[in-house]
Each structure stands twice: as structure tokens, then as C-alpha cells.
Design a protein around this ligand. Structure first.
Ligand code: FES
Length: 107
């Protein structure tokens, strides 16, 4: 999740530390029923299989794209490196982030 704009592992944040903080979870990324470009790119590229890692991957990618709107593959790998995926082999995830960047640049 994003806590006051910082990427954190939600399971490691004591609840009192989150009190009165600005918190963004995967549910808050899109606009109501409209998915964010990252979410649609994950769907299009097969970046989610079981879905366990997906919220963390997408929020880490959103944090990365806020800091670096046109990342290289290496920057994408580094930006998502705190998240583990047992399903995809990572390439679909990296492709999804790159696809979201392409979609944002074409919009
Ligand atoms: Fe299953 Fe990543 S999609 S752990």
C-alpha cells in the first residue's frame, strides 16, 4: 500500500502508525468502476494469475511510475523487486508495466 505516498508493506505497519495517514490500496487506484491503466494492462498481458501478489505489484508499479513515468526494463525490475510472484515468472508482470506506460503515453 501507499502510506502518505511511500510504498510500504501493509502487513508490517502497526495500525497506530497508519492513523490519520493518507492510504492508497489497490481498490483506490482506479476511478470507481473504471480500472487504472496498470490494472487493465495486467489483465491484457496476463500479469495476474492467482492474484495473490497482484495488488502489491500494481501499487509498486504505480509508485514507480509516479517517480519515473518512462522506466527502463531494469528500472521496472528494480521497482517491483520487493514483491514475490510464484505464478507468472515475472515477464508478464514486467510486460504489463511497460504496456501501461505505452497506453499512458498514447492517451
Ligand atoms: Fe500468483 Fe503472482 S499471480 S503469486
Amino acid at each position: 500500500m501507499l502510506l502518505n505516498g511511500a510504498l510500504v508493506n501493509s502487513c508490517l505497519i502497526p495500525v497506530l502508525q497508519a492513523a490519520d495517514a493518507d492510504i492508497t490500496t489497490i481498490e483506490g487506484l482506479g476511478q470507481g468502476p473504471q480500472l487504472d491503466a496498470l490494472q487493465t494492462a495486467f489483465l491484457a498481458c496476463g500479469g495476474a494469475q492467482c492474484g495473490i501478489c497482484t495488488p502489491g505489484m500494481i501499487l509498486a508499479a504505480a509508485h514507480l511510475l509516479d517517480k519515473e513515468p518512462d522506466p527502463t526494463l531494469e528500472e521496472i525490475r528494480e521497482g517491483l523487486s520487493g514483491n514475490l510472484c510464484r505464478c507468472t515468472g515475472y515477464m508478464q508482470i514486467f510486460d504489463a508495466v511497460a504496456e501501461a506506460v505505452r497506453r499512458r503515453n498514447c492517451a
